[in-house]
Design a protein around this ligand. Structure first.
Ligand code: ATP
Ligand code: MG
Length: 379
């Protein structure tokens, strides 16, 4: 089987690593340069979308901000999974919100803004405080504003108007501010036959809008809610592949924040913590193979390595620690790799995370240090 991935970043790379034992070969299509590249070495293998499509048995995507003309060409080939509609829902908050409403899953109240008058209507409809998000192109908390008081309106409108003017189809989605106690996400797979396999929920910590620490958790009540919403969204889309749902946990009730129609950063823990990792299950789904078990095999956390191209070698010696580098050039804040850390007996994961806080730089890994500090203060 030959799978073409739209996008040539770390997710295509990890799909390639997971596909090899199943004889699934991955090539990556870099949408910007229009080249076909090897997902591990970035060696150029060819040029042009038509050429890439002709060589592939299946086409999938590792990101959602894909020009719609490219999606249309891929869909026309009959090889594209999950679907152009699913990718568009992940890339445009207007479509995403309509999808969530259609699927009947709880999400934050919202209003779409295109003009200054709309902004007033949004304040009336949604209320203050509110979170304002660009409909297109947002990721890692970029393209967002927080409106807390009415005297901020003109300054925020000036910035939003500039954002709207930049792209023809741009708009702003105003959302009620959700007073959540924590953020969790669900990664799961749906097969061609409609079978669904979901992983345990992950609890996510963000630092400056970027995921920094993600831990698989066991919570029967929350998991049940999340599973139902996952199935509702996946069935509405007739989805095939791995899909992620991000939630706000408001005192035990989940609201969907957003969806990602692809393998997800909060599912990287599955490489060491689950029977079958999310990358393998995505490939199994899109290739029409049976899904693998999503069972938790050991407690696991994932720590993102942001803007750093090295960590102390001692991490490699530490119990339960596994480093995954993405082979990328160092840039401030860039996702460079992650560390999966596991525990085999009760309390071991916590112990290993605290041991990591002793060797990882506090500025680069604030979430790990905060975790260790909270453990200390509980003792
Ligand atoms: P990514 O794609 O990296 O997950 P993003 O840029 O698409 O992020 P969101 O996930 O929508 O953006 O928002 C980023 C963060 O901002 C959320 O993880 C959450 O912490 C906060 N946030 C977003 N929407 C709201 C809301 N309505 N109320 C309160 N906080 C919010
Ligand atoms: Mg998000």
């Amino acid at each position: 089987m030959h799978v073409l991935v739209l996008g040539a970043g770390q997710l295509a790379r990890m799909m390639s690593l997971a596909g090899a034992p199943l004889n699934i070969e991955i090539s990556a299509y870099d949408v910007g340069s229009e080249t076909i590249v090897h997902p591990l070495t970035q060696t150029v293998l060819g040029k042009g979308l038509e050429n890439a499509i002709a060589k592939a048995d299946v086409i999938t995507a590792e990101f959602e901000h894909i020009p719609h003309d490219i999606l249309a060409i891929c869909e026309q080939s009959g090889k594209f999974l999950p679907s152009a509609q699913a990718i568009k829902a992940g890339g445009d908050r207007r479509i995403e919100k309509t999808l969530l409403d259609d699927a009947g899953v709880r999400n934050a109240k919202y209003y779409v803004i295109q003009t200054r008058e709309d902004f007033d209507l949004a304040i009336e409809h949604v209320g203050i405080p509110m979170v304002l998000k660009s409909a297109l192109g947002g990721y890692d908390g970029k393209g967002q504003w927080r409106l807390k008081q009415l005297d901020q309106v003109e300054a925020i409108w000036a910035e939003m108007a500039a954002c709207i003017a930049e792209t023809e189809t741009q708009a702003i989605v105003a959302e009620e501010f959700v007073p959540f106690s924590r953020e969790v996400s669900l990664v799961g797979a749906r097969g061609k036959d409609g079978s669904v396999a979901v992983y345990p929920l992950a609890e996510n910590v963000h630092t400056d809008g970027v995921l920094s620490l993600s831990t698989a958790i066991s919570d029967i009540e929350l998991q049940q809610q999340a599973n139902e919403m996952f199935t509702a969204v996946a069935e509405t889309l007739d989805y095939v592949g791995v899909l992620a749902l991000e939630f706000f946990d408001v005192d035990g009730a989940l609201l969907v924040n957003e969806i990602a129609p692809r393998v997800h950063n909060s599912g990287h823990w599955t490489q060491q913590g689950a029977e079958t990792c999310q990358f393998e299950n995505h490939l199994r789904a899109v290739c029409g193979l049976p899904l693998g078990s999503t069972k938790l095999i050991r407690e696991t956390s994932m720590i993102n390595i942001l803007g750093e191209d090295s960590v102390p070698n001692s991490v490699l010696e530490m119990a339960g620690c596994h480093i995954h580098w993405y082979g990328k050039e160092k840039r401030p804040g860039r996702k460079m790799g992650h560390i999966n850390v596991c525990g085999d007996y009760s309390g071991e994961l916590q112990r290993n995370l605290c041991a990591l806080a002793d060797v990882l730089d506090e500025q680069a890994f604030p979430a790990v240090h905060q975790f260790a500090a909270s453990v200390l203060s509980d003792q």
